[in-house]
Design a protein around this ligand. Structure first.
Ligand code: IPE
Ligand code: IPE
Ligand code: MG
Length: 242
């Protein structure tokens, strides 16, 4: 699709959902769905950040609540993340994409943290777009973590007041707000993702399971976004009677 002259969201969020059901429908184990989902994510994220004009992509790949899943599934996912970060680091570096992570480090294992730190370090000077992996991420946890840091800085006198702009700087990363939030798989909920950053996001809920959410589906999503009228609480009096 030709992205020129389209109204492009600066920051896109994707809640990667439906890997398990995708696999189950094919009579396969959930892990197979995660494998396919991770391959899709790598291709799709490079497309979004290099071909469309989107500057920041935040992807929800593991929530703080996902630790409620079986040890087998959690271990599989952690192993998959480790392998993908190790294998894909060079690709992202070449594509000039900067990788960052949002989420709590505790209780992630050392081997996962190590690959996260390596890919972060390898891509830190890249300027062609930001891919923010939300891993062991929770919107509540992020707000609590920010609040604790703010409390500390108020106590020590580093800051003397608080407003929305200052609060934003204490989040895991000081990124612009999410403009467009996509959740695949036909679930209509936010599941603790980017509660602060998504306050005025446009939402889009395709039925497609994530392993099948490809470049074409993303193009379609963007066309839907371009038709939205974002008002941010205001009114365009030139377009209305009053
Ligand atoms: C999304 O797919 C990936 C993660 C949450 C890690 P799911 O694993 O939630 O797949 P479904 O929703 O059970 O189909
Ligand atoms: C949300 O998906 C978390 C991620 C995509 C990482 P879930 O599949 O865990 O969410 P619920 O349980 O259906 O709300
Ligand atoms: Mg799910």
């Amino acid at each position: 699709m030709d992205y020129q002259n389209l109204k492009i969201p600066r920051h896109v969020g994707i809640i990667v959902d439906g890997n398990g059901r995708w696999a189950e429908e094919r009579g396969r184990k959930r892990s197979y769905g995660h494998q396919k989902g991770s391959e899709n994510l790598e291709r799709l994220s490079r497309y979004i950040l290099t071909k469309t004009g989107v500057e920041i992509l935040s992807v929800y790949v593991f929530s703080t609540e996902n630790f409620k899943r079986s040890v087998e599934e959690v271990d599989y996912l952690m192993g998959l993340f480790t392998k993908k970060f190790k294998n894909d680091a060079k690709k992202y570096k070449r594509e000039n994409i900067k990788i960052v992570f949002s989420g709590r480090r505790e209780p992630l294992k050392e081997e996962v943290l190590k690959t996260m730190d390596e890919i972060t370090e390898m891509t830190k000077n890249n300027t062609g777009g930001i891919l923010n992996f939300c891993l062991n991420y929770g919107g509540h946890a992020e707000i609590v973590d920010a609040t604790l840091k703010i409390y500390h800085d108020l106590e020590s006198g580093k800051i003397d007041h608080l407003d929305e702009e200052i609060f934003s700087k204490y989040l895991y990363h000081d990124l612009p707000p999410i403009d467009f939030l996509i959740r695949t798989s036909g679930e209509y909920r936010i599941s603790n993702f980017m509660l602060w950053q998504a306050s005025y996001a446009e939402f889009y809920f395709p039925k497609t399971y994530f392993p099948d959410f490809d470049e074409k589906e993303f193009d379609h999503a963007i066309l839907e976004y371009t038709a939205r009228d974002r008002r941010f609480g205001g009114i365009d009096y030139e377009k209305t009677n009053h």
